[in-house]
Design a protein around this ligand. Structure first.
Ligand code: WQD
Length: 356
């Protein structure tokens, strides 16, 4: 695609985990991109990694999307935006329980400001980052997009359910078409190890907890609950490589650009379709890395569901999406990235949580 006709996509949260990997995939597929990220939960150093992979310098607007005027100014300055992908949000389940109003204000306030700009500038395409957390504790697995939603298990989950509703209602009275993508458990890192997940402080999520423990950055990790009614007593989740998630966003944009959507707002599950238990994930890591993981069995974590994994047929059929990375690829790339983080303190700084 010639440089004169590249569609320009605004990516919010471009310095974040999924946002950065999506910027790489968009660039590699001929899109022009800009990022909006106030770096309140992300490290701008990741932009150097994107440049290392793509050769493209990324313009990031360090703007809080909760500030309407600052957000509006970005659209005034870029009158050629043809699509918006909205990642920027707080996403720590535990923190949302402690500080619900901060979550509602940030996650919903930023979304509403962004949609006001999308409406004012008549941006045709909008992709919203949602999560399997909207399903709550499903009666049956795997879950499809038609599986009824349950009451959210946390304020974070509630912001995703409400966010989906806001997007669905917005497109009914606008010229914008939208796609909602429900991620299961994003994990792993770009194979180059130039970008990856950079949790701030102690990691909430399983895969970074595994790699940080193996790297000696965490003294010990805990398996939260081994008395669930699952095959080995630990929780079952659907781990999906972050690069597969990123590609799905590029395909979602192409789906809308080619007007393949049958309604103004369509929803897709992004999961591998395989359920893996916590103990199985640890075992997969140990086999791949030959590192024996020091973990302790502990009590259940509040808000955890016993088992959830995706039926991903709709995304495969409609978006032409496929799961290219395996669980072993997830562990291999996550481990390679963790070792890079530890080795390159000059680039990433001495990450919080690293043992001195
Ligand atoms: C997975 C399993 C833990 C850490 C959340 C959000 C979801 C998405 C991904 C944003 C659980 C267990 C974990 C540890 C453990 N977030 N675990 N020891 O909770 O399924 O999903 O993160 O997009 O929306 O809900 O992911 O990785 O935190 O936990 O035993 O040190 O691993 O109890 O069973 P989760 P997770």
């Amino acid at each position: 695609m010639s440089g004169f006709f590249m569609s320009k996509i605004l990516v919010t949260g471009g310095c974040g985990y999924i946002g950065s990997h999506t910027l790489v995939d968009l660039i590699e597929n001929g899109y022009d991109v800009i990022s909006v990220d106030n770096n309140s939960r992300s490290n701008p150093v990741i932009l150097k990694g994107i440049e290392q992979i793509t050769g493209r310098k990324i313009k990031n607007y360090k703007v809080d999307l909760c500030n309407f005027d600052d957000t509006f100014a970005i659209f005034q300055e870029n009158d050629d935006i043809s699509g918006v992908i909205h990642f920027a949000a707080y996403k720590a389940v535990g923190e949302s329980v402690e500080n619900p109003l901060m979550y509602f204000e940030n996650n919903l306030g930023s979304l509403i400001n962004l949609l006001k700009c999308v409406q004012e500038f008549e941006i045709p395409h909008f992709v919203f980052s949602s999560s399997c957390t909207v399903y709550g504790e499903p009666e049956n697995v795997p879950v499809t997009e038609k599986t009824p939603l349950k009451p959210a298990q946390s304020p974070y989950g509630a912001t995703k359910q409400m966010g989906e509703q806001i997007v669905r209602e917005f497109v009914k009275s606008s010229k914008t078409d939208a796609i909602i993508l429900r991620y299961f458990n994003p994990a792993g890192a770009h194979p180059s190890a130039a970008i990856g997940e950079m949790p701030l402080g102690k990691p909430e999520n399983l895969i970074p907890a595994i790699t940080q423990t193996a790297a000696g950055r965490l003294p010990k990790m805990f398996v939260y609950g081994t008395d669930y009614s699952t095959r080995d007593g630990s929780c079952i989740r659907d781990y999906i490589h972050v690069c597969d998630i990123a590609t799905a966003h590029m395909l979602a944009l192409q789906f809308l650009e080619k007007e393949k959507n049958r309604s103004a707002c369509e929803i897709f599950n992004l999961g591998s379709g395989k359920g893996i238990s916590v103990l199985e994930a640890i075992d997969a890591f140990e086999k791949m890395s030959n590192v024996n993981l020091d973990y302790e069995k502990a009590g259940r974590r509040p808000g955890d569901v016993a088992a959830i994994y995706a039926n991903n047929d709709l995304a495969k059929e409609m978006l032409g999406w496929s799961v290219r990375f395996s669980l072993d690829d997830i562990m291999t790339t996550a481990w390679k990235w963790e070792k890079r983080l530890k080795a390159d303190e000059t680039v990433f700084g001495s990450q919080p949580g690293y043992l001195n």
